[in-house]
Design a protein around this ligand. Structure first.
Ligand code: 0YR
Ligand code: MG
Length: 370
């Protein structure tokens, strides 16, 4: 089988309620930015990265795919995934202009497409190719009820509704003021009781003294983790926080390489490992991080930049993956949506990585690639 064509695409899909906010930004759409890889055998693979639907930025990614990555892939045998990963990631000209950012987001999209293609060619859902089913259930946690833009009363109602729908875990955004965030979290904990896991996510907004103050106040709340407390690259700060607080530290959604994760492992700066196939160089690089996390006896909770379409396959098949983020914004764009039933993800059945968009979604949400 040979790759005949690599065709980029951009979709902008509305978020729940048409607007949400965390501590750093407010968005109206989620960007699904990627490529279709066609072959002479008739199979096509689909892969994408996730963005804040900033069209000029998305067009830089699709331009990178079309002008820099497509020429490296066309004519190649798509089954040689590791070799093609190195061909892109270690290409001297590309490496010179980016070992993170746009070039890696573009790489993520094509790597996911190659895995989708490989699973389709084998006629199996991706989780089978990744080693097969290792667990009976994949527990989901609900992020879509916890946005910082949601007023206090609605936050508590949403948390209760989520538990009523069967979720055993939720995540609430923090990063406004310590006092307001603690008040909101106390109300949520009272409403959901002690048995539902409650995680918080700061999106890297606070400094170390603010995080320490928050953690002192939050100790009675039994938080499952404190996600991205500090700036994404601050290994030393996270190590200090991890030592000073009893609340587990989670991070990884903004890290691009296994080397970046290694630093956090080596410095004891991370408890929950959150790689993202749409941020790193695809499934190929995330598998390396999952293996490293497992070797350090640390649990993985993938960040869902793909809104869990791909990560659900990893979660069913990798022993380190303990729980998976659930946000429903883009699921209905795909032939096999990542569905949560009674708080747990359904096991995908169709061949591939669950990344094939429906014709309807392509027609409705497409934006110009340039
Ligand atoms: C939504 N999930 C996150 C999204 C999300 C951000 O704007 O970008 O909140 O990536 O932190 O855990
Ligand atoms: Mg996060």
């Amino acid at each position: 089988m040979r790759i005949t064509q690599v065709t980029p695409f951009i979709l902008h899909v509305p978020v729940t309620g048409n607007q949400i906010a965390d501590s750093t930004h407010s968005i109206t759409h989620w960007g699904v930015v990627g490529a279709r890889i066609d072959t002479d055998a008739g199979h096509s693979g689909w892969g994408f990265t996730g963005t804040h639907a900033h069209l000029p930025g998305d067009q830089l990614i699709t331009r990178c795919i079309a002008t820099c990555l497509a020429p490296l892939l066309e004519g190649e045998d798509p089954s040689g995934i590791q070799r093609l990963w190195l061909k892109v990631a270690r290409n001297p000209a590309l490496q010179w202009i980016g070992r993170a950012g746009i070039t890696t987001l573009a790489h993520a999209a094509v790597d996911v497409a190659l895995w989708d293609l490989k699973a389709k060619a084998a006629g199996v859902p991706l989780w089978k190719l990744l080693g097969g089913q290792v667990r009976e259930r994949v527990r989901a946690y609900d992020t879509d009820i916890g946005w910082l833009s949601i007023p206090d009363a609605q936050l508590v109602d949403g948390a209760k509704r989520s538990v009523d729908r069967g979720y055993t875990g939720i995540k609430v955004k923090v990063g406004s003021t310590v006092e307001r965030d603690l008040r909101r979290l106390e109300a949520v904990r009272r409403a959901i009781g002690p048995d539902v896991t409650l995680a918080v996510d700061g999106n890297g907004k606070w400094d170390l003294p603010t995080c320490l103050r928050f953690c002192r106040g939050a100790e009675p709340l039994d938080l499952y983790w404190f996600e991205e407390p500090l700036w994404h690259d601050d290994v030393h700060g996270h190590a200090q926080l991890a030592r000073a607080s009893r609340i587990p530290v989670a991070l990884g959604e903004q890290l691009y390489t296994q080397d970046a994760f290694s630093e956090f492992f080596l410095q004891g700066a991370i408890h929950w490992v959150q790689p993202d196939v749409t941020r790193m160089g695809g499934i190929t690089e995330v598998l390396r991080v999952c293996e490293a996390a497992h070797a350090h006896r640390l649990p993985v909770a993938p960040h869902a930049g793909d809104m869990s379409q791909v990560h659900v396959h990893l979660s069913w098949s990798h022993p380190a993956c303990q729980v998976l983020e659930s946000i429903p914004w883009i699921k209905d764009c795909f032939e096999e949506p990542a569905e949560v039933v009674d708080g747990h993800f359904r096991l995908p059945q169709q061949p591939g990585a669950s990344t094939t968009p429906t014709a309807g979604a392509l027609a409705r949400h497409a934006r110009p690639v340039a």
